[in-house]
Design a protein around this ligand. Sequence first.
Ligand code: SF4
Length: 210
Amino acid sequence: MNVKRNTRRQQPAALEALLAEVRACRACAQQLPLGPRPVVRAGAGARILIVGQAPGTRVHQTGIPWNDASGERLRQWLGVDDATFCDASQFAIIPMGFCYPGRGKSGDNPPRPECAPLWMDRLLAQLPSIALTLLVGQYAQRHFLGARRKPTLTETVRAWQDYAPAYIPLPHPSPRNQPWLKQHPWFEAEVLPMLRARVARILPQGQASG
Ligand code: SF4
């Protein structure tokens, strides 16, 4: 028996089975104002992992990750078009919370705390080809960087070289973050060109404009 070929065949099936389990999750259903609708995308062999916060209402309604104004800006940052971004064999998209968590006084609630401990490590174990993980926002940075984080998100993003080559910490690309981008011009001048270059090197030729 060819063990290598067998392993390659089994791996996507294991990931698919796990994703089916995720989609059936109801672990924190009582806390979700719109009910469970886990929004996760991952294909075996994916090279770039994007870890965001949690779906907003538009993503909840459509079931499509980053299908909103934040996603448009994120794709610009990465230098990729919609088709490339949606290619699960290239991009795995796994937020810290998979379902819309509701709204508080100052915007959407944090990702549900039950979610990442239940699913993150199991999903990552099925994604052995990830070459780069983008940590979008404070929750992803806290989970993956732990004590290596700087005191603020701004300082963590600015210290991106400390986390290379495995991770790149990013602010959230929400339009609400426009003032942050204006206040920190080094992000567009220094971090985004590096980000686009990394993405372009990892994707198959011709799939990124960076
Ligand atoms: S947020 Fe996560 S833990 Fe809660 S129901 Fe959705 S998938 Fe399950």
